[in-house]
Design a protein around this ligand. Structure first.
Ligand SMILES: NC(=O)c1ccc[n+]([C@@H]2O[C@H](COP(=O)([O-])OP(=O)(O)OC[C@H]3O[C@@H](n4cnc5c(N)ncnc54)[C@H](OP(=O)(O)O)[C@@H]3O)[C@@H](O)[C@H]2O)c1
Length: 372
């Protein structure tokens, strides 16, 4: 009994000791944990405050550099009643904004489009926004020179003059060839507009004070034209796509300057616009993953189409620009171009090259009866 009792006592003592040491150990852990928690919360506060600091810096930088930065804005409200305006690429982006603005000023608008349904939608939108019903939609596709020729013939039937031609349509990306077998980007951005403009020269001359506005790009500064390789199709790498784009945009600048020299006695003036980097469908062909990364940034940092369109609107309607004919403009102001853009021989050679290539392509398409 005694043994059992003392055993019981001992056991109860042991268990008391155990529970004491357990309790002590636990309380030790609890104290240690409290110190860690304090340290944790301290570093969280430090991290939070540095995150808050840098977020604040970024936010203020964004507000000053992007939101409050001066945006191009054309204040001119010159009425355009009785004026006939042709705008290419008026179905989307900065071209569409330009069409709406010029229609609002009373102009008769001719919109050649590659997608007639899209064009009709824009015509309805113009009517709803401006009340202007004088909008005509015609079909053409710069990837098919015969359709460009047909469209210009059609324009000759529906109007006796053109006061303003805005050569705005263009692509930022394009692998392969046009329907005429020409390099896609150069074909759409230069050869198509070259044929279209030269076909419409008689109507422009009849205006007595016509303007031709070319929507080029700052990318022309990196452009290079080598007649030996100009017929070669472009690769799909970012580098060769950018080279092709900048080459085509340099061609726009050279064409505008040469057109100015050839037509100044007919009172046709020419101007080149860079819209500024603008978030439009121009980037629609970016690869999916690039879109995922780039589009949120574009949304934050690039101009809206309404802002990007201001320079070309200004060049189309501002008074007193005649002395700056042939010039290059950014944010509604004259801007510096590259030495290549002032190379007169390059401009005349490009003119002859374009005429020859187009003549051959049209001849071929007549022989093969390419459908449009
Ligand atoms: N966005 C920029 O950051 C930026 C910067 C510098 C220069 N630019 C220049 O600004 C001009 C307008 O571009 P955007 O930014 O307004 O781009 P966008 O929204 O893609 O508009 C391009 C327009 O061109 C038309 N187009 C494309 N390919 C054509 C073809 N083969 N034949 C006839 N029309 C064709 C399009 O017709 P659909 O509606 O049928 O597609 C659309 O109406 C371009 O010349 C571009 O190079 C833009």
């Amino acid at each position: 009994m005694m043994t059992n009792l003392s055993k019981g006592f001992e056991m109860s003592n042991i268990s008391d000791m155990d529970s004491f040491s357990l309790l002590h150990h636990n309380s030790g852990t609890m104290n240690f944990g409290a110190e860690e928690t304090v340290m944790d919360s301290f570093s969280v506060i430090l991290m939070n405050s540095s995150t808050i600091f840098w977020t604040g810096i970024c936010l203020w930088a964004y507000i000053f550099l992007v939101v409050l930065a001066p945006k191009p804005y054309c204040k001119c409200q010159t009425r355009l009643d009785e004026k006939v305006v042709v705008i290419t690429g008026g179905s989307d982006g900065v071209g569409k904004v330009t069409a709406i603005k010029l229609a609002n000023l009373g102009a008769e608008i001719i919109l050649p489009c590659r997608d007639l349904k899209k064009g009709e939608k824009v015509a309805n939108e113009i009517f709803k926004k401006t009340g202007n019903k004088k909008v005509k939609i015609l079909y053409f596709d710069f990837r098919n020179l015969r359709s460009v020729k047909r469209c210009s013939d059609e324009i000759k039937k529906i109007t006796t003059k053109i006061d303003i031609l805005v050569n705005n349509a263009g692509v930022g990306h394009g692998v392969g060839a046009t329907k005429d077998g020409l390099p896609n980007i150069f074909g759409v951005n230069h050869l198509g507009p070259f044929l279209f403009t030269t076909q419409l020269l008689d109507l422009l001359r009849r205006s007595g004070s016509a303007r031709v506005v070319f929507v080029s790009s700052v990318a022309h500064l990196w452009g290079n034209i080598d007649f030996g390789t100009l017929h070669e199709l472009d690769g799909c790498s970012v580098r060769s796509q950018f080279q092709a784009y900048s080459r085509s945009k340099l061609a726009n600048v050279l064409f505008a300057k040469e057109l100015h020299r050839r037509e100044k006695n007919n009172r046709i003036t020419t101007y080149v616009a860079h819209p500024g980097w603008t978030f439009t469908s121009l980037f629609r062909d970016f690869p999916f993953f690039l879109k995922l990364v780039a589009f949120p940034l574009f949304y934050l940092f690039l101009y809206l189409p309404e802002e990007g369109a201001q320079t070309q609107i200004h060049l189309a309607i501002a008074r007193g620009l005649e002395k700056q004919s042939g010039g290059y403009f950014v944010s509604c102001r004259p801007s510096k171009s590259c030495p290549n853009a002032f190379d007169r021989k390059l401009a005349t050679d490009l003119w002859s090259y374009s005429e020859n290539v187009i003549a051959v392509a049209l001849e071929k398409s007549l022989q093969t009866c390419t459908s449009i």
